[in-house]
Design a protein around this ligand. Structure first.
Ligand SMILES: CC(C)(COP(=O)(O)OP(=O)(O)OC[C@H]1O[C@@H](n2cnc3c(N)ncnc32)[C@H](O)[C@@H]1OP(=O)(O)O)[C@@H](O)C(=O)NCCC(=O)NCCS
Length: 184
């Protein structure tokens, strides 16, 4: 098992995994292509010698790019992140069901949180469960708040299904976590 950077030949398997764990059409090939040879899109994949078993996608964004990428409650994000010029935003993380709860998400999170002074993660709350919560807390993230119906409008516009809610709108909430890196 090893962690490598995302390459073009990983894209198909990433989309298959995303469809299984998040829902159909949430992740698109055109979005993933931005991660190839990019300086501000950072993708890591976890692979065995045969299969891709997990991935993490993050983007380094300036303040404007960051707030533009936020779907709702933009004013709150503007206020909380106004002191940062570069923000590491974890966009997605997924581990194949067979390999979950073995510490692999933990390994991927560690890869991505050390190079910028702030990392933000909007963790998906499916019903009452935030599967990433313990991993984030163990990696020194702090919980800031919960935003209800975070993907609702976006899912209607982009027409993606949620594995929890089914067809749009998605009614899941997002929990906002941040990690500040005092040494940078
Ligand atoms: C969330 C996810 C990436 C975690 O991956 P993982 O490799 O299983 O996580 P790790 O093994 O590193 O961490 C496990 C920790 O998370 C907890 N955890 C993992 N999945 C969980 C779940 N479904 N419900 C509750 N807790 C869960 C474990 O109990 C463990 O905590 P502990 O060590 O304190 O007991 C994985 O469950 C997944 O791909 N889920 C579907 C997609 C998703 O929800 N992505 C996150 C969007 S923000």
């Amino acid at each position: 098992m090893q962690i490598t950077s995302l390459q073009k030949n990983h894209i198909q398997e990433i989309i298959l995994l995303s469809n299984q764990v998040f829902g159909e059409n949430f992740l698109t090939k055109s979005y993933l292509l931005q991660y190839i040879n990019s300086t501000n899109h950072v993708g890591y994949v976890l692979v065995t010698n045969k299969n891709l078993i997990g991935y993490l996608l993050a983007e380094t964004l300036n303040f404007k790019q960051f707030t533009d990428s936020i779907l709702i409650e933009k004013e709150w994000f503007k206020e909380h992140f106004k002191d940062y010029n570069n923000i590491n935003l974890i966009q997605q993380i997924a581990i194949n069901k067979q390999y979950q709860k073995q510490g692999f998400a933990n390994q991927l999170i560690k890869e991505t949180t050390n190079h910028l002074s702030i990392t933000c993660c909007l963790a998906w709350k499916k019903g009452k469960v935030v599967a990433l919560k313990n991993t984030l807390l163990k990696n020194d993230f702090n919980y800031l708040r919960t935003i209800d119906n975070y993907w609702s409008k976006d899912s209607l516009v982009k027409k993606y299904n949620c594995v929890f809610c089914g067809q749009p709108p998605c009614n899941c909430s997002a929990e906002v976590y941040i990690k500040k890196n005092a040494s940078i």
